[in-house]
Design a binder for this molecule. Structure first.
Ligand code: FE2
Ligand code: FE2
Length: 398
């Protein structure tokens, strides 16, 4: 139309456009926002406090000595606390997602014809806000009721923090992470390739969520009386439905759109690979306490100790310490299950990264994440737990 150098436009790639349109239209049609808002508004812990909310094996410390010795009432609580812990982590991840959806949309909108992508991302961000609201409403009510204080939840926060809420971190690492997040936000808002390739990292994270959330959502799907099923199980289901579209859009953006834009420079490759490697590092650990979230268990000791010492479990300090030692430092069924999920994630991440041509070998092979093992987990826990023992005992005297 104009006498200027030809640049690729998205509309020239009709197949990719069609995929985007379909995904966006279907998501709009099925959008669970209203159902999630209504479910969260209706939630009263009293109404479902005696029920499981997830398939039974998705309970806190399932398959450990604590689980074996727990009464039926305590098992139900461990199942509900899994829900609270799991979705408290998801809140943190989704706060980050909202921000990077926006910076990436800014980066992509600088290209011809990217309105559709940006509209789709706007819808996804607004869905994340409804997800967060539902998770937060339920989790806070549960913790207030059971403990009278926060356990896994936290006050609302910005995206510039450690996304993994129980990570192997310290003040310096946290400050560095914050700087990296600020840096990536600035870069991606003004760089098409990096904006596009944020979705490779988002895709990996969503893939991890999908593996577990598919199972969590099955509780409601298989429930014989859906109308009266526990509200949190409904929320797991609605959330999973929205997220499947988010996963599709991550895949279209990171795989298909990658081929519609200019190839990356050395610098762009480097930054995008650092992002993927950062995701591997974040997902290096696996947790016996919570199958499917890659938390660093030593960071979780004090939280588990508080739960065991609360009136829910009513353990004496020495009893709680002994129980934790048995749960964290010994080989258990729970540990094998968590490790299994970690292996599944490694394998599915590798498949996801296959079409990402610019990926470093260590990223495509998931070398960092894949190097963890049950043996390493136990060696680490044995060392960390004996060091933490005294601090834990002291904390109960305070
Ligand atoms: Fe979500
Ligand atoms: Fe999402």
């Amino acid at each position: 139309m104009f006498d200027e150098p030809h640049t690729n436009t998205l509309l020239e790639n009709s197949l990719v456009c069609r995929k985007l349109q379909l995904n966006y239209q279907r998501n709009r049609k099925q959008d669970c926002t209203e159902r999630l808002d209504a479910a969260a508004a209706k939630f009263r812990y009293e109404d479902c406090k005696d029920e499981y909310w997830n398939p039974i094996e998705f309970s806190l410390l399932y398959g450990t000595l604590l689980w074996e010795q727990a009464s039926e009432t305590q098992r139900i609580l461990l199942n509900q606390l899994y829900w609270v812990a799991y979705y408290s982590q998801i809140i943190s991840a989704e706060i980050a997602t909202i921000f990077f959806n926006q910076t990436s949309a800014a980066g992509l909108y600088g290209q011809e014809d990217f309105r559709l992508v940006c509209d789709m991302l706007d819808l996804e961000s607004s869905q994340e806000r409804a997800h967060i609201n539902a998770f937060k409403t339920i989790s806070e009510q549960v913790e207030a009721h059971l403990f009278g204080k926060r356990i896994f939840t936290y006050a609302m926060r910005t995206p510039f923090t450690q996304t993994m809420i129980y990570a192997n971190t310290n003040a310096l690492k946290t400050a560095w992470k914050k700087l990296q997040l600020h840096g990536f936000g600035l870069l991606s808002a003004d760089n098409t390739f990096l904006a596009c390739q944020y979705f490779t990292v988002r895709g990996l994270r969503t893939l991890n969520g999908k593996l577990v959330q598919h199972k969590l959502s099955s509780y409601y799907q298989n429930h014989s009386d859906k109308e009266n099923a526990p509200v949190p199980s409904k929320i797991s289901y609605y959330h999973f439905m929205d997220e499947s579209f988010h996963f599709n859009s991550s895949t279209i953006l990171s795989h298909d759109i990658l081929n519609c834009i200019a190839p990356p420079t050395h610098f762009e490759r480097f930054i995008a690979n650092l992002g993927i490697k950062g995701c591997q590092k974040d997902h290096y650990h696996f947790s016996v306490a919570i199958n499917g979230i890659f938390w660093y268990d030593p960071a979780l000791y004090s939280t588990i100790y508080r739960i065991l010492r609360s009136r829910v479990f009513g353990m004496e300090p020495s009893e709680a310490i002994e129980m934790m030692e048995a749960c964290f430092t010994q080989e258990t069924e729970g540990l094998h299950r968590s490790y299994q999920t970690h292996r599944e994630a490694v394998e599915s991440y590798k498949v996801y990264l296959e079409p990402v041509g610019y990926g470093w070998k260590e990223n495509k092979e998931m070398a960092v994440m894949g190097s963890n093992s049950i043996r390493q987990y136990l060696t680490l826990q044995q060392r960390k737990f004996s060091a933490a023992r005294r601090t834990l005992l002291q904390s109960s005297q305070d």
